[in-house]
Design a protein around this ligand. Structure first.
Ligand code: NAD
Length: 490
């Protein structure tokens, strides 16, 4: 892959009302490669005026897009799917360059992200309301799902393509127009995706992108304007909470996919090799920078020694380096401050009684690398237990019995993903009853798919993405009650 040629294809300007244009205030910001610290691109930065111009465009395009046939929208999304798959290598390289993940994982994300386009292209045609009779009044009822209206979609840096398609595909399939605010650290994948969707046939005004060095310059003016009808945000819990406050003024519909603090619970009857593999992928996928990452590894004391030995060996076998290089599984963290944060978490865990079994420090040299790290023995007051780690640190804690396992697992404000490893089939339902999490992986460390309702409870958010539920988030229900003119006479 010729990297310079690839980068030269990616638009660095804003896309508003079907036109690529510079930010109105002439501001820019740089995008870095976290593996080399080199500048990859200089982006136009959108202003408050640009944000309102994008909302003007989304509002203007609303009626005509709402009135397109579902089949037309489905075919555009399907063409988008085909184009993303054709450009798999380009999208994968862009993600590795700007975010750092290993190329193999980036390729996996292209497949996963593209699946949302395929899924919602199918859903567009199969999305029905229902009709019925009133139970006792002799009248009939209909419910219809209408597009909610212009949507603001705000995405994080950790999954630059799949977090885009998970929002944009259902929003467009349901007949909405969108304004996208990509993460400042990784806008290139989103820019190229918008270019791709325009080629696929999405009309001007229906899709708009305002990248900005100031996120609030985009969100605040748009969210204060009553023409906006929906915000969908994926990112950290504090920012989600701020946006929920802004949404309150206009009673905006809001979906929030926020942080996680997933427990991975290993029971004594688990297949330990499977558990090691499952916990490793749940922990280390995406360099640990995933909302679903196994944050707290809870192992029954009877198998803790054997699990830990095998787990440390598996982690030590992972190759760290530039994600573009062959065999690399663990790339750099996304930015310098994330490296400092990892060191702070390790030092805090040691201060709370933890022992570092492997890793524990920065990799010297260029790039934002941190060693894959395993810690045991820290108390549950340590930050690695309380906070979302978002990096390659795996803390192991032990428990004595099932009751304690559930209590420790639920001892968090978050409720996104959870994992359980056990060979007892009844454990599946006991875990489901006991765990306060939106997602449960049973003997599996990877659960995401376009067909599942993805989302969390408690401080992990509101609403679901993917599946039919993901489309409902972009609709309003209208109910129609009517006198039944066709009363049966016999
Ligand atoms: P972040 O909250 O810092 O940023 C997310 C997005 O919000 C970015 O586009 C950012 O520019 C924007 N933003 C920041 N401040 C804003 C403001 N005041 N107004 C409007 N927009 C603002 O999060 P991040 O660091 O990019 O992503 C990591 C977080 O995302 C983690 O907590 C992770 O768990 C979470 N996440 C959740 C899911 C999920 O599905 N639940 C998926 C991926 C990531």
């Amino acid at each position: 892959m010729d990297i310079q040629q690839l980068l030269s294809k990616v638009e660095t300007r804003l896309f508003i009302d079907g036109e690529w244009r510079e930010g109105s205030e002439g501001e820019t910001y740089d995008v870095l490669n976290p593996a080399t610290e080199e500048v990859l691109a200089t982006m136009s930065s959108g202003s408050r005026d640009d944000s309102i111009a994008a909302l003007d465009a989304a509002h203007k395009a609303r009626a005509s897009w709402e009135n397109t046939d579902p089949r037309t929208r489905a075919e555009i999304l399907r063409t988008g799917y085909d184009l993303v798959k054709e450009r798999k290598e380009e999208f994968a390289h862009l993600m590795t360059l700007e975010m750092g993940k290993a190329l193999g994982e980036a390729r996996g994300e292209v497949d996963y992200g593209a699946d949302y386009l395929l899924w919602f292209s199918e859903e567009a045609n199969h999305f029905f309301g229902h009709t019925n009779r009133y139970p006792a009044k002799g009248n009939r009822m209909l419910t219809v799902h209408k597009p909610v209206g212009p949507c603001l979609l705000i995405t994080p840096w950790n999954f630059p393509l799949s977090m885009a398609t998970r929002k944009i595909a259902p929003a467009l399939a349901a007949g909405n127009t969108v304004i996208i605010k990509p993460a400042k650290l990784t806008p290139l994948t989103m820019q190229y995706f918008v270019q791709t969707m325009v080629e696929a046939g999405v009309p001007g005004g229906v899709i708009n992108i305002v990248s900005s060095r100031s996120a609030s310059d985009v969100s605040e003016p748009i969210m204060a304007d009553p023409r906006l009808r929906k915000v969908s945000f994926t990112g950290s819990t504090p920012v989600g909470s701020t946006l929920m406050g802004l949404a309150a003024d206009n009673i905006l519909r809001i979906s929030l996919e926020l942080g996680g603090n997933a427990p991975a619970i290993v029971f004594p009857d688990a297949d330990l090799d499977l558990a090691v593999e499952g916990v490793k992928s749940a922990k280390m996928r995406n360099i640990g920078e995933a909302c679903t990452a196994a944050n707290r590894i809870l192992v029954h004391e009877d198998v803790a020694e054997e699990f830990t030995r095998k787990f440390v060996a598996a982690i030590e076998a992972m190759k760290v380096g530039n994600g573009l290089d062959d065999g690399v599984e663990v790339g750099p963290l996304v930015e310098e401050k994330a490296v400092a944060h990892m060191q702070e978490l390790v030092d805090d865990a040691v201060a709370h009684g933890g022992t570092v079994l492997t890793g524990g420090k920065r990799v010297e040299g260029k790039g934002f690398f941190f060693e894959p790290t395993v810690i045991t023995g820290a108390s549950t007051d340590a930050k690695v237990f309380r906070e979302e780690i978002f990096g390659p640190i795996a803390p192991i804690f032990t428990f004595k019995d099932e009751k304690e396992a559930w209590e420790v697992a639920n001892d968090t404000e978050f409720g996104l993903a959870s994992y359980v490893f056990s060979e007892d089939p009844d454990m599946l339902f006991r875990a489901s009853d006991a765990l306060e999490f939106g997602i449960l992986g049973f003997n599996s460390g990877v659960v995401s798919d376009a067909s599942i309702p993805f989302g969390g409870v408690k401080a992990s958010g509101l609403g679901r993405e993917g599946s039919r539920e993901g489309m409902l988030e972009y609709t309003e229900v209208q109910f129609i009650g009517t006198r039944d003119p066709y009363q049966r006479v016999n």
